[in-house]
Design a protein around this ligand. Structure first.
Ligand code: HEC
Ligand code: HEC
Length: 271
Protein backbone atom coordinates (compact mmCIF):
# COMPACT_ATOMS: atom_id res chain seq x y z
CA UNK A 1 0.00 0.00 0.00
CA UNK A 2 1.42 3.38 -0.92
CA UNK A 3 2.00 6.01 1.72
CA UNK A 4 -0.56 8.21 0.03
CA UNK A 5 -3.12 5.47 0.27
CA UNK A 6 -2.39 4.91 3.97
CA UNK A 7 -2.64 8.65 4.66
CA UNK A 8 -5.92 8.75 2.74
CA UNK A 9 -7.34 5.90 4.79
CA UNK A 10 -6.23 7.53 8.03
CA UNK A 11 -7.90 10.78 7.03
CA UNK A 12 -11.07 8.99 6.04
CA UNK A 13 -11.26 7.18 9.36
CA UNK A 14 -10.45 10.33 11.35
CA UNK A 15 -13.15 12.19 9.46
CA UNK A 16 -15.66 9.44 10.24
CA UNK A 17 -14.79 9.73 13.92
CA UNK A 18 -15.16 13.52 13.85
CA UNK A 19 -18.46 13.42 12.03
CA UNK A 20 -20.10 10.80 14.18
CA UNK A 21 -18.47 11.88 17.42
CA UNK A 22 -17.71 8.25 18.19
CA UNK A 23 -15.19 7.68 20.92
CA UNK A 24 -13.86 4.36 22.03
CA UNK A 25 -15.88 2.86 24.87
CA UNK A 26 -13.82 2.31 27.99
CA UNK A 27 -13.74 -1.47 27.93
CA UNK A 28 -12.60 -1.38 24.30
CA UNK A 29 -9.81 1.03 25.17
CA UNK A 30 -8.98 -1.48 27.92
CA UNK A 31 -8.51 -4.13 25.24
CA UNK A 32 -6.01 -1.88 23.48
CA UNK A 33 -4.21 -1.26 26.78
CA UNK A 34 -4.00 -5.04 27.29
CA UNK A 35 -2.13 -5.24 23.99
CA UNK A 36 0.45 -2.49 24.58
CA UNK A 37 -0.62 0.17 27.04
CA UNK A 38 2.08 2.77 26.43
CA UNK A 39 1.08 2.99 22.74
CA UNK A 40 -2.42 3.87 23.91
CA UNK A 41 -1.90 6.34 26.75
CA UNK A 42 1.27 7.95 25.43
CA UNK A 43 3.40 7.08 28.47
CA UNK A 44 7.08 6.48 27.80
CA UNK A 45 7.86 2.81 27.18
CA UNK A 46 8.81 1.17 30.49
CA UNK A 47 12.42 0.15 31.05
CA UNK A 48 14.00 -2.86 32.74
CA UNK A 49 11.95 -5.98 33.45
CA UNK A 50 8.61 -6.07 35.26
CA UNK A 51 9.16 -7.25 38.86
CA UNK A 52 6.59 -10.06 38.47
CA UNK A 53 8.33 -11.41 35.36
CA UNK A 54 9.86 -14.73 36.45
CA UNK A 55 13.41 -15.92 35.77
CA UNK A 56 12.00 -18.89 33.77
CA UNK A 57 10.70 -16.44 31.16
CA UNK A 58 12.79 -15.76 28.07
CA UNK A 59 11.78 -12.13 27.44
CA UNK A 60 13.40 -8.93 28.65
CA UNK A 61 12.62 -5.23 28.53
CA UNK A 62 9.39 -3.39 27.81
CA UNK A 63 7.56 -6.44 26.47
CA UNK A 64 7.58 -7.88 30.03
CA UNK A 65 5.21 -5.03 30.97
CA UNK A 66 2.52 -6.04 28.45
CA UNK A 67 -0.50 -7.74 30.02
CA UNK A 68 -0.60 -10.16 27.11
CA UNK A 69 3.01 -11.23 27.67
CA UNK A 70 2.24 -12.80 31.06
CA UNK A 71 -1.45 -13.67 30.61
CA UNK A 72 -1.70 -14.41 26.87
CA UNK A 73 -3.76 -13.27 23.91
CA UNK A 74 -6.17 -16.03 24.93
CA UNK A 75 -6.28 -14.69 28.53
CA UNK A 76 -5.42 -18.19 29.75
CA UNK A 77 -1.77 -17.77 30.63
CA UNK A 78 -0.02 -21.08 31.31
CA UNK A 79 -3.25 -22.98 30.59
CA UNK A 80 -3.43 -21.63 27.05
CA UNK A 81 -1.07 -20.91 24.18
CA UNK A 82 1.74 -19.86 26.55
CA UNK A 83 1.92 -23.34 28.05
CA UNK A 84 5.25 -25.08 28.73
CA UNK A 85 7.10 -25.33 25.41
CA UNK A 86 6.02 -21.87 24.23
CA UNK A 87 8.80 -19.31 23.96
CA UNK A 88 6.45 -17.05 25.95
CA UNK A 89 6.15 -19.53 28.80
CA UNK A 90 6.24 -17.92 32.25
CA UNK A 91 4.05 -20.29 34.27
CA UNK A 92 1.75 -17.38 35.19
CA UNK A 93 -1.97 -18.22 35.24
CA UNK A 94 -4.59 -16.52 33.10
CA UNK A 95 -7.22 -13.94 33.94
CA UNK A 96 -10.12 -15.64 32.17
CA UNK A 97 -12.77 -16.53 34.73
CA UNK A 98 -11.31 -14.29 37.41
CA UNK A 99 -13.54 -14.01 40.45
CA UNK A 100 -11.98 -10.80 41.73
CA UNK A 101 -14.25 -7.77 42.19
CA UNK A 102 -13.76 -4.49 40.32
CA UNK A 103 -12.16 -2.97 43.40
CA UNK A 104 -9.81 -5.92 43.88
CA UNK A 105 -8.81 -5.86 40.22
CA UNK A 106 -8.12 -2.14 40.39
CA UNK A 107 -5.91 -2.50 43.48
CA UNK A 108 -4.06 -5.50 42.06
CA UNK A 109 -3.18 -3.67 38.84
CA UNK A 110 -2.31 -0.36 40.49
CA UNK A 111 -0.56 -1.15 43.75
CA UNK A 112 2.90 -2.54 44.48
CA UNK A 113 3.16 -6.03 45.99
CA UNK A 114 4.19 -4.43 49.27
CA UNK A 115 0.60 -3.25 49.81
CA UNK A 116 -1.46 -5.72 47.71
CA UNK A 117 -0.49 -9.40 47.27
CA UNK A 118 0.73 -9.89 43.66
CA UNK A 119 0.32 -6.13 43.17
CA UNK A 120 1.48 -5.18 39.65
CA UNK A 121 2.54 -1.61 40.54
CA UNK A 122 1.32 -0.17 37.23
CA UNK A 123 0.43 3.07 39.02
CA UNK A 124 4.18 3.61 39.21
CA UNK A 125 5.05 2.31 35.74
CA UNK A 126 2.74 4.60 33.77
CA UNK A 127 -0.97 3.75 34.04
CA UNK A 128 -3.29 6.52 35.25
CA UNK A 129 -6.32 5.62 37.37
CA UNK A 130 -8.66 5.96 34.38
CA UNK A 131 -6.43 3.64 32.33
CA UNK A 132 -6.66 1.06 35.12
CA UNK A 133 -10.43 1.54 35.23
CA UNK A 134 -10.60 0.81 31.50
CA UNK A 135 -8.57 -2.37 32.03
CA UNK A 136 -10.91 -3.43 34.83
CA UNK A 137 -13.90 -2.86 32.53
CA UNK A 138 -12.17 -4.88 29.82
CA UNK A 139 -11.54 -7.75 32.27
CA UNK A 140 -15.12 -7.74 33.53
CA UNK A 141 -16.93 -7.22 30.21
CA UNK A 142 -14.85 -8.30 27.25
CA UNK A 143 -12.92 -11.48 28.10
CA UNK A 144 -14.05 -14.37 25.90
CA UNK A 145 -13.34 -18.07 25.96
CA UNK A 146 -11.27 -18.28 22.77
CA UNK A 147 -11.84 -22.07 22.69
CA UNK A 148 -15.36 -21.29 21.46
CA UNK A 149 -13.93 -19.79 18.28
CA UNK A 150 -10.53 -21.41 17.80
CA UNK A 151 -9.86 -25.15 17.95
CA UNK A 152 -7.03 -26.65 19.97
CA UNK A 153 -5.24 -27.01 16.64
CA UNK A 154 -5.51 -23.26 16.08
CA UNK A 155 -8.22 -23.41 13.40
CA UNK A 156 -10.92 -20.72 13.40
CA UNK A 157 -14.36 -22.22 13.88
CA UNK A 158 -16.69 -20.24 11.69
CA UNK A 159 -18.22 -19.56 8.30
CA UNK A 160 -15.60 -18.44 5.81
CA UNK A 161 -18.19 -17.24 3.28
CA UNK A 162 -19.77 -14.88 5.80
CA UNK A 163 -16.27 -13.93 6.90
CA UNK A 164 -15.32 -13.04 3.35
CA UNK A 165 -18.40 -10.82 3.04
CA UNK A 166 -17.56 -8.92 6.22
CA UNK A 167 -13.87 -8.68 5.31
CA UNK A 168 -14.72 -7.08 1.97
CA UNK A 169 -17.51 -4.88 3.28
CA UNK A 170 -16.91 -1.11 3.16
CA UNK A 171 -14.17 0.08 5.49
CA UNK A 172 -14.06 -3.18 7.46
CA UNK A 173 -10.76 -4.78 6.39
CA UNK A 174 -10.30 -4.73 2.63
CA UNK A 175 -10.03 -0.94 2.42
CA UNK A 176 -6.72 -1.12 4.30
CA UNK A 177 -5.43 -4.67 3.93
CA UNK A 178 -6.57 -5.35 0.35
CA UNK A 179 -8.77 -8.06 -1.14
CA UNK A 180 -6.01 -10.67 -0.94
CA UNK A 181 -4.65 -9.26 2.34
CA UNK A 182 -1.32 -8.02 0.98
CA UNK A 183 -1.72 -4.23 1.11
CA UNK A 184 0.10 -3.98 4.44
CA UNK A 185 3.22 -6.04 5.11
CA UNK A 186 3.70 -6.15 8.91
CA UNK A 187 7.35 -7.13 8.63
CA UNK A 188 8.69 -5.83 5.32
CA UNK A 189 10.11 -7.17 3.15
CA UNK A 190 9.22 -10.59 4.53
CA UNK A 191 5.58 -10.55 3.47
CA UNK A 192 3.78 -11.03 6.77
CA UNK A 193 0.11 -10.35 6.12
CA UNK A 194 -3.35 -10.60 7.67
CA UNK A 195 -3.54 -14.20 6.48
CA UNK A 196 -0.15 -14.99 8.01
CA UNK A 197 -1.18 -13.74 11.45
CA UNK A 198 -4.52 -15.58 11.23
CA UNK A 199 -2.62 -18.84 10.70
CA UNK A 200 0.31 -18.24 13.01
CA UNK A 201 -1.47 -16.66 15.95
CA UNK A 202 -5.26 -16.87 15.73
CA UNK A 203 -5.62 -15.71 19.37
CA UNK A 204 -3.73 -12.51 18.65
CA UNK A 205 -5.73 -12.11 15.45
CA UNK A 206 -9.14 -12.23 17.12
CA UNK A 207 -8.01 -9.89 19.90
CA UNK A 208 -6.76 -7.32 17.40
CA UNK A 209 -9.89 -7.59 15.26
CA UNK A 210 -12.15 -7.16 18.30
CA UNK A 211 -10.30 -4.14 19.73
CA UNK A 212 -8.22 -2.70 16.88
CA UNK A 213 -4.49 -2.12 16.62
CA UNK A 214 -3.01 0.33 19.17
CA UNK A 215 -1.82 3.64 17.79
CA UNK A 216 -3.01 2.97 14.24
CA UNK A 217 -6.15 3.74 12.27
CA UNK A 218 -7.32 0.14 12.56
CA UNK A 219 -10.73 0.25 14.23
CA UNK A 220 -12.44 -2.14 16.65
CA UNK A 221 -14.87 -4.66 15.18
CA UNK A 222 -16.85 -4.70 18.42
CA UNK A 223 -17.23 -0.94 18.31
CA UNK A 224 -18.70 -1.31 14.83
CA UNK A 225 -21.33 -3.61 16.31
CA UNK A 226 -19.70 -6.83 15.14
CA UNK A 227 -20.01 -10.05 17.11
CA UNK A 228 -17.26 -12.37 18.29
CA UNK A 229 -18.50 -15.15 16.00
CA UNK A 230 -18.31 -12.75 13.05
CA UNK A 231 -14.73 -11.89 14.06
CA UNK A 232 -13.98 -15.63 14.01
CA UNK A 233 -15.64 -15.90 10.58
CA UNK A 234 -13.26 -13.21 9.33
CA UNK A 235 -10.39 -15.19 10.85
CA UNK A 236 -11.57 -18.30 9.03
CA UNK A 237 -11.61 -16.42 5.73
CA UNK A 238 -8.13 -15.01 6.42
CA UNK A 239 -6.74 -18.42 7.42
CA UNK A 240 -8.13 -20.24 4.40
CA UNK A 241 -8.29 -17.72 1.58
CA UNK A 242 -5.91 -14.79 2.04
CA UNK A 243 -2.25 -14.66 1.06
CA UNK A 244 -0.17 -16.01 3.95
CA UNK A 245 -3.09 -18.05 5.26
CA UNK A 246 -2.29 -21.72 5.01
CA UNK A 247 -5.69 -23.24 5.71
CA UNK A 248 -4.05 -24.86 8.67
CA UNK A 249 -2.31 -23.71 11.78
CA UNK A 250 1.16 -22.84 10.56
CA UNK A 251 2.48 -22.30 14.09
CA UNK A 252 3.29 -26.00 14.07
CA UNK A 253 6.14 -25.15 11.71
CA UNK A 254 7.64 -21.79 12.37
CA UNK A 255 6.59 -18.71 14.26
CA UNK A 256 6.95 -15.24 12.80
CA UNK A 257 7.43 -12.80 15.58
CA UNK A 258 6.94 -9.13 14.88
CA UNK A 259 8.04 -8.54 18.45
CA UNK A 260 5.41 -5.88 18.76
CA UNK A 261 2.43 -7.85 17.82
CA UNK A 262 2.81 -11.54 17.13
CA UNK A 263 3.03 -13.83 20.07
CA UNK A 264 3.09 -17.36 18.78
CA UNK A 265 6.26 -19.26 19.51
CA UNK A 266 6.25 -21.97 16.91
CA UNK A 267 5.19 -24.60 19.42
CA UNK A 268 2.15 -26.79 19.34
CA UNK A 269 -0.59 -25.76 21.75
CA UNK A 270 -1.39 -27.98 24.70
CA UNK A 271 -3.60 -30.97 23.93
C1 HEC B 1 5.32 -9.65 34.42
C2 HEC B 1 4.17 -10.49 34.40
C3 HEC B 1 2.80 -9.85 34.50
C4 HEC B 1 2.31 -8.80 33.75
C5 HEC B 1 3.02 -7.98 32.71
C6 HEC B 1 0.95 -8.65 34.14
N1 HEC B 1 0.63 -9.57 35.09
FE1 HEC B 1 -1.19 -9.85 35.90
N2 HEC B 1 -0.44 -11.30 37.13
C7 HEC B 1 0.87 -11.68 37.19
C8 HEC B 1 1.06 -12.59 38.30
C9 HEC B 1 2.36 -13.25 38.71
C10 HEC B 1 -0.21 -12.76 38.90
C11 HEC B 1 -0.55 -13.62 40.10
C12 HEC B 1 -0.90 -14.97 39.62
C13 HEC B 1 -1.19 -15.93 40.76
O1 HEC B 1 -2.27 -15.81 41.35
O2 HEC B 1 -0.36 -16.77 41.00
C14 HEC B 1 -1.12 -11.93 38.14
C15 HEC B 1 -2.49 -11.85 38.39
C16 HEC B 1 -3.35 -11.05 37.67
C17 HEC B 1 -4.78 -11.02 37.88
C18 HEC B 1 -5.55 -11.86 38.89
C19 HEC B 1 -6.21 -13.05 38.26
C20 HEC B 1 -6.98 -13.82 39.33
O3 HEC B 1 -8.18 -13.97 39.22
O4 HEC B 1 -6.33 -14.26 40.30
C21 HEC B 1 -5.28 -10.09 37.01
C22 HEC B 1 -6.73 -9.72 36.84
C23 HEC B 1 -4.18 -9.54 36.26
N3 HEC B 1 -3.03 -10.16 36.70
C24 HEC B 1 -4.30 -8.54 35.32
C25 HEC B 1 -3.23 -7.98 34.63
C26 HEC B 1 -3.34 -6.83 33.77
C27 HEC B 1 -4.60 -6.08 33.44
C28 HEC B 1 -2.07 -6.57 33.30
C29 HEC B 1 -1.62 -5.46 32.41
C30 HEC B 1 -1.90 -4.11 32.84
C31 HEC B 1 -1.21 -7.57 33.88
N4 HEC B 1 -1.93 -8.39 34.70
C32 HEC B 1 0.13 -7.68 33.60
C33 HEC B 1 1.85 -11.29 36.32
C34 HEC B 1 1.74 -10.30 35.36
C1 HEC C 1 -8.14 1.89 8.66
C2 HEC C 1 -7.25 0.85 8.19
C3 HEC C 1 -7.42 -0.55 8.75
C4 HEC C 1 -8.57 -1.30 8.83
C5 HEC C 1 -9.96 -0.92 8.43
C6 HEC C 1 -8.16 -2.59 9.35
N1 HEC C 1 -6.81 -2.59 9.60
FE1 HEC C 1 -5.72 -4.13 10.35
N2 HEC C 1 -4.14 -2.92 10.53
C7 HEC C 1 -4.04 -1.65 10.04
C8 HEC C 1 -2.74 -1.10 10.36
C9 HEC C 1 -2.23 0.28 9.97
C10 HEC C 1 -2.06 -2.11 11.09
C11 HEC C 1 -0.66 -2.04 11.70
C12 HEC C 1 0.36 -2.42 10.66
C13 HEC C 1 1.73 -2.55 11.25
O1 HEC C 1 1.87 -2.57 12.50
O2 HEC C 1 2.68 -2.65 10.47
C14 HEC C 1 -2.98 -3.23 11.17
C15 HEC C 1 -2.67 -4.41 11.82
C16 HEC C 1 -3.43 -5.55 11.72
C17 HEC C 1 -3.08 -6.83 12.29
C18 HEC C 1 -1.90 -7.09 13.19
C19 HEC C 1 -0.65 -7.44 12.51
C20 HEC C 1 0.45 -7.73 13.49
O3 HEC C 1 1.41 -6.97 13.51
O4 HEC C 1 0.35 -8.69 14.26
C21 HEC C 1 -4.07 -7.71 11.93
C22 HEC C 1 -4.13 -9.18 12.27
C23 HEC C 1 -5.05 -6.97 11.19
N3 HEC C 1 -4.64 -5.67 11.07
C24 HEC C 1 -6.22 -7.48 10.66
C25 HEC C 1 -7.30 -6.71 10.26
C26 HEC C 1 -8.63 -7.23 9.98
C27 HEC C 1 -8.99 -8.69 9.96
C28 HEC C 1 -9.41 -6.15 9.71
C29 HEC C 1 -10.90 -6.12 9.50
C30 HEC C 1 -11.71 -6.67 10.59
C31 HEC C 1 -8.58 -4.97 9.80
N4 HEC C 1 -7.31 -5.35 10.13
C32 HEC C 1 -9.00 -3.65 9.56
C33 HEC C 1 -5.02 -0.96 9.34
C34 HEC C 1 -6.33 -1.36 9.24
Amino acid sequence: MSLRRIAGVTLLVSAMFLLTGVCVADELRGGLLWDKWWKVNGSPAPTGDHPLYPPEGSRTGDTTFRCKECHGWDYKGVDGAYAPGSSHFTGIPGVFGTTLSAGELFDLIKNPSSTTPNGHDFGTFGLADFDIQDLVDFLLIELIDTDLYISQQGIFQGDEVMGEEDYNNDAVCRVCHGTDGTNIDFDPPDGVYVGTIASENPWEFIHKVRFGQPDTAMPSWIQRGGSDQEAANIGRHAQFNLVGGTGEASFFEDGFESGDTSGWSGQAPPP
